[in-house]
Write a protein that binds this ligand. Structure first.
Ligand code: GLC
Length: 824
């Protein structure tokens, strides 16, 4: 390989040019720069690449001082790292536990203009004149390009560098992702910050919130790519806010390290992001039911009153939550015996009635030498310390507290073990709160707090954004050990990329307002495409008072949140699904029942997430990214890929427009068939909300039960929607509560539906080692364009069938059928 001789003159002039470009950005980059005012800032840029080296799938380029590493991870993923003085940090990431190299082929090319690392799908170009890095696809279409060379500033206070990357932004480019940002779905024109923050009653556009997910997807000219900036420090993203021609991301420390993820579809990007950061493990089936929470249900009689209320009102419910008042003086892992004299007995009685008890745990441990958890943590030096080795102390619910350093594996192991007693008492799930970490008054820890960081030590600047994720990781891993083969359920407020491997999340302390209903809809879609599929909002709004209409509309939307929980603050009125009287109670019941009927569909969609990396909620743009108008649609979304919903988010709304992607769709309520690729007007009386099912879908349904597993399932209903083009559907089944699926003990069924003017066929194939206990299907065929007279199933004639007044065809058949043919 020929190497370039550095041209000092050119290098200097390039630097001056880059300085000029960056001058304009000075203010832009320094708004939140704590180094400001301490010392004049010296910004440095990559010079001219004069040398390239290859070490397996890693390529190194240097300007003589700084070094850039380009790693081929898969054919679609390339990682770029910068070492300002050629020394890279040791590789460690909480987000990417194992960087598996899965590339089929890669080659380094060099010509007089550039170096180029090529895989089967993408090229990473390193321009020789200025070290600009760009990416193109296999047909040489450039998808991403530096606007200035990667650059950095020395951090005189803490050491290390502030690191910056600025790329060009096209006029029609849109941006999506970044986790829980409470703003429009398309992030174009916004500047956003990642710094986990307790944000009680947050507002539209408030930033930052509880989670840091430094991953975004760009769509330009119908082609998508993703950038995952795996840096845990306080980071910012500017999507053309400062300058519409530039997109930038930068952080207050750590390495400039990002993954370029190729599309061309948004779905490809999300799936690849899941390859890097993982997916949610299969949840216990009951966790897909309805959960009831409040700050707080106590004493025990109150808890029983609520759970009895569900059974009396015949409203299904699986999860019941205990907020901080179950503890003794808010000390984690203790019980207030006045309120809960015999928790084990209460939990087992609740369990006998189908309720799974979920308890809250916060990270703050009360400073109290008579409290075992504090004593042990202190003795073993498990709590965080300041730079001068003094304890990190702060006030939270219990008063003066110290905080475990969850970035220390030994601390995680200890904390995980503390759940033993709760699990022995029958607790089924743990709610991890206040783990941004939140501290009253101060907001969070001071920057100088030290963390063990799995041996890669650092200050709180580096550990802040992963603190909550490591707390819930310790909870999940501890529960998994204690519960052995049973699946734990966890929920967390704070998180960083990859938190989905350990927990579900909720969007935090929202408000009982119509605006928050809209925000919650956007936030869940955004979380879902940012790796966090198992998500939901506090249904009804945490603070403030919803009226019956708002609560019911929220229950309707929540029916289609992967995680469905109502929660409210302590100073609000009663907030159960029956609290608002009729007609609300009946509608809430109808929707919660729908949730339970669709559990096998949601569970199968969850499997698609867990196993294959699909998000559970899919925004419209993910279906049709080539239509620019769709980049701005944020109300409707699909739940899996077969059901489209559009929450009603205005009071008194009796009609609304809904966009249906191309194809044919059935109105779930009226069974009317509509052509997609257009907006349709839908009636939205309070009893319904727009739900559409894709033609050709097989939607499995369980009978309504008051809780998951209340009765043995005797048959599964298959709602089959007619299609005149071939459509595939899936049904995933297993034990629903063990990890046997990791040993391939599950059943994955595939249905293929197709039809014409005189016939319709449904075929089924199966893979896996699990056998469900029910014997048959109750088949319900919807939308046949002809009057059926003959049904042949696996060669046998089915003579017992019904044609209903609405034209649907019903009959029963064995769950093991291979092919059913219905004809005129
Ligand atoms: C925080 C949580 C909220 C909880 C409360 C009391 O505000 O976000 O859900 O109810 O603390 O524990």
């Amino acid at each position: 390989m020929e190497s370039n001789i550095p041209n000092e003159e050119l290098k200097t002039s390039k630097l001056v040019e880059a300085e000029n470009i960056l001058e304009e950005e000075e203010e832009f980059h320094h708004l939140n720069n704590p180094a400001d005012g301490i010392k004049p800032i010296i910004k440095k840029y990559l010079g001219i690449p004069n040398h390239a080296d290859q070490l397996g799938n890693k390529f190194y380029f240097t300007d003589g001082d700084a070094k850039v590493e380009v790693v081929v991870v898969t054919d679609e993923i390339i990682r770029v790292r910068l070492a300002p003085h050629s020394v890279f940090l040791e590789e460690f990431s909480y987000a990417v536990p194992k960087l598996e190299h899965k590339a089929a082929s890669f080659t380094l090319y060099e010509d007089q203009n550039e170096f180029r690392v090529a895989t089967k799908a993408i090229n990473c170009h390193i321009r020789k004149t200025d070290f600009f890095i760009s990416f193109s696809d296999s047909s040489s279409h450039v998808t991403s390009m530096d606007a200035v060379p990667m650059h950095w500033e020395e951090n005189v206070q803490f050491g290390g560098y502030y690191v910056f990357c600025t790329k060009t932004c096209a006029s029609g480019e849109s941006f999506f992702g970044l986790g829980d940002k409470p703003t429009e779905f398309n992030l174009r024109g916004k500047r956003l910050k990642n710094w986990n923050t307790d944000a009680y009653s947050f507002q539209w556009n408030q930033d930052p919130l509880y989670r840091s997910i430094p991953f975004y997807i760009s769509v330009n000219e119908g082609i998508a790519h993703g950038i995952f900036f795996d840096n845990t420090f306080k980071a910012q993203f500017d999507f053309g806010a400062e300058d519409p021609t530039k997109v930038s991301f930068w952080a207050d420390g750590g390495e400039l390290q990002y993954y370029y993820i190729h599309g061309p579809h948004m779905m490809d990007v999300v799936k690849s992001y899941h390859i890097l950061t993982g997916t949610h493990p299969m949840p216990p089936l009951w966790a897909l039911g309805y959960h009831q929470c409040r700050w707080s249900y106590y004493p025990e009689t109150k808890v029983r009153k609520i759970t009895n209320g569900f059974r009396e009102n015949k409203i299904p419910c699986d999860g019941i939550y205990l907020d901080i008042d179950y503890m003794d003086g808010y000390r984690c892992f203790t019980w207030n015996r006045k309120y809960f004299p015999d928790p084990k007995k209460m939990i087992s009685e609740l369990a006998a009635d189908g309720f799974k008890t979920v308890v809250i745990i916060d990270p703050g441990i009360r400073v109290d030498d008579n409290y075992e958890v504090f004593k042990e943590g202190k003795e073993k030096r498990y709590f965080c310390r300041r730079s001068d080795d003094y304890f990190m102390e702060g006030h939270v619910w219990p008063g003066r507290c110290q905080f475990p350093d969850f970035t220390n594996p030994e601390v995680r192991e200890w904390w995980g073990g503390l759940f033993d007693e709760l699990v022995q008492m029958g607790v089924a799930g743990v709610w991890n709160d206040m783990n941004e970490p939140a501290v009253f008054g101060a907001g969070t820890f001071p920057d100088d707090v030290r963390h063990q960081y799995d041996g890669y030590r650092g200050s709180h600047r580096k550990a802040h954004n992963v603190y909550g994720m490591q707390m819930v990781r310790s909870t999940y891993e501890g529960l998994r050990k204690i519960m052995k083969n049973k699946r734990p359920f966890t929920i967390t407020r704070a998180g960083y990329s990859g938190v989905q491997r350990f927990s579900s999340v909720w969007t935090g302390d929202n408000v009982a307002s119509w605006e928050h209903l809209k925000l919650g809809n956007i936030q869940c879609q955004r979380l879902s495409i940012s790796g966090i599929s198992f998500c939901g909002t506090d249904i009804g709004g945490f603070s403030g008072e919803p009226d019956g209409e708002l609560f019911t509309r929220w229950i309707q939307m929540g029916t289609f949140s992967p995680f469905m929980r109502a929660h409210s603050a302590g100073d609000t009125k009663e907030r159960e699904p029956w609290s608002f009287g009729e007609p609300f109670t009946a509608i809430n019941r109808k929707f919660i029942e729908l949730r339970y009927r669709l559990i096998p569909y949601l569970y199968s969609t969850f499997w698609e997430h867990h196993r294959y990396g699909f998000p559970i909620l899919r925004p419209i743009v993910m279906h049709e990214q080539d239509v620019v108008l769709n980049h701005f649609r944020q109300d409707e979304f699909t739940y899996g890929d077969k059901i489209l919903v559009c929450p009603v988010m205005e009071p008194g709304q009796t009609k609304r427009n809904v966009y249906l992607p191309k194809g044919k769709w059935f109105n779930y309520w009226t069974l009317e068939v509509l052509d997609g690729g257009q907006e349709v007007t839908v009636d939205t009386p309070l009893e319904t909300m727009p739900i559409f099912v894709k033609a050709g879908s097989v939607i499995p349904e369980y009978p309504v039960m008051q809780y998951v597993g209340q009765h043995e399932i005797e048959e599964v209903k298959l709602n089959i929607y007619f299609t005149d083009y071939e459509v595939n559907s899936f049904l995933f089944e297993d034990y629903g509560e063990t990890f046997a699926y990791e040993q391939d003990i599950y059943l994955e069924k595939k249905f293929v539906v197709n039809g014409g003017s005189r016939t319709m066929t449904i075929s089924q194939s199966m893979e896996g080692l699990y056998t469900p206990r029910y014997e048959g299907y109750h088949v319900n065929v919807i939308g046949l364009p002809f009057k059926p007279s003959k049904i042949i199933a696996d060669g046998k004639t089915v003579s017992d069938f019904t044609i209903n007044t609405d034209g649907t065809l019903e009959f029963k058949f064995s769950k093991n059928f291979k092919q059913i043919e219905i004809s005129k």
